[in-house]
Design a protein around this ligand. Structure first.
Ligand code: EPU
Length: 354
């Protein structure tokens, strides 16, 4: 185990924010975790788990011990009548895994193509796009308890998946009410994830952007590879490539409101983009709300609102004069205030603020 000090994190976060990890250990295997836990000082230190850094905002140097997950490997581990079970190391690049599964004839992840980040981060926020969420393709995961060093397996129910949410986003500390927390944030490190990919594959279409592609190409029964290519095209057309313009994907979650609240907003803003959910509530497009408040293309310092998708905040200073976490959070606050003032809705940030 190598303990690195004052490690620059600019290339380890997709915003390209400058910050240092005061102490960092690269975790390539269980043995590395065991070595960390054998060291008295490292064992006691608070920990921060870093994957691809594509869903974080760094607001200063990171004082907790940074565990940079670099566990690799991807393979078909088993199959049953219904599914192929594919397993990948938490440090694998997500999009490369999606591409590999399709090349090897295991469809099912195509709608989740080109989402930045690593495999280990995908269950943490239950990534989702174009009608598919990770939980729809999830089989189980392996993790290590960072206190005891014990490995354990979690199935989907134990991960408590929600919209961009899971047990890994919640603290284990008692809440203000004194009730014990159920979360595993910073308590457990995901080492491997297994996906259940359906043998009786059916395309997930029914999204306006995909339907447009079907009409344009006149292909009405696309295969998984075709959908993968469309999703890559759609994302490239409206989402900034973090290698070119730093960003952390959608910066806010799409808020849910009651039907009454939605009807009230429709009266004032008939064009509001909204989707009725099975439980009767209504999901609103946060990008539309931000756009309607006039934020698209605007900047605060080097933090900007992407000009093709208002839900994405970007680093306008590039690598040479990068945005700071403070600028990103100032812009985010200003957006939250104007959306609240106009629509009475509180937007909740999606990335983890460190
Ligand atoms: N819209 C605007 N103006 C904008 C942005 C969006 O009017 O500036 C409208 C669009 O025209 C559309 C609606 O808002 O009618 C929704 O936009 P879009 O289809 O782009 O999806 P989204 O709700 O903004 C969500 C996910 C994305 C995912 C897409 C596609 C969240 C927070 N975001 O975005 O996920 O790729 O759907 O499924 O749920 C991510 O989480 O990082 C992410 C990129």
């Amino acid at each position: 185990m190598l303990v690195e000090k004052n490690v620059p994190l600019q290339s380890f976060n997709s915003f390209g924010i400058v910050a240092k990890a005061l102490t960092l250990v690269r975790v390539g295997s269980h043995a590395d975790i065991a070595a960390v836990l054998q060291d008295t000082a490292l064992r006691a230190a608070p920990k921060f788990i870093l994957g691809g850094g594509s869903n974080i905002v760094l607001t200063g140097d990171v004082k907790p011990l940074v565990l940079k997950v670099e566990i690799m490997g991807r393979q078909l581990v088993s199959e049953n009548a219904k599914s192929w079970i594919v397993e990948a190391g938490a440090g694998e690049n997500w999009h490369d895994l999606v591409t590999w599964t399709l090349q090897n004839g295991y469809p099912g992840l195509e709608n989740l193509a080109l989402i930045p980040g690593t495999v280990g981060a995908t269950p943490v926020q239950n990534i989702g796009a174009y009608g598919v969420e990770l939980q729809d393709r999830f089989e189980s995961l392996e993790a290590v308890d960072l206190t005891s060093g014990q490995s354990f397996t979690l199935n989907a129910a134990q991960c408590a998946f929600g919209y961009r949410d899971s047990v890994f986003k919640h603290s284990s500390k008692a809440s203000r009410t004194g009730a014990p927390g159920f979360g595993l944030a910073s308590k457990a490190l995901i080492t491997r994830v297994r996906f259940s990919l359906p043998k009786a594959w059916k395309p997930v279409l029914g999204y306006a952007d995909i339907e447009k592609k079907m009409l344009q190409s006149k292909i009405n029964a696309p295969d998984a590879l075709q959908i993968y290519e469309w999703i890559c095209d759609i994302r490239r057309a409206k989402l900034p490539d973090p290698k070119v313009i730093g960003n952390a994907g959608s910066f806010f979650k799409n808020p849910t409101v009651s039907p009454e609240q939605c009807a009230d907003i429709i009266q004032r803003d008939p064009k509001i983009v909204h989707y009725r959910l099975a439980d009767g509530s209504v999901k609103l497009a946060a990008g539309w709300l931000i756009d309607a408040c006039g934020w698209k293309g605007k900047s605060v310092g080097n933090a900007g609102v992407h000009d093709k998708q208002a839900l994405v905040l970007v680093n306008r200073g590039g690598a040479s004069n990068p945005v700071t976490g403070g600028e990103v959070m100032t812009l985010a606050k200003a957006i939250q205030i104007s959306v609240y003032e106009r629509f009475g809705i509180r937007l909740e940030p999606e990335p983890v603020v460190v």
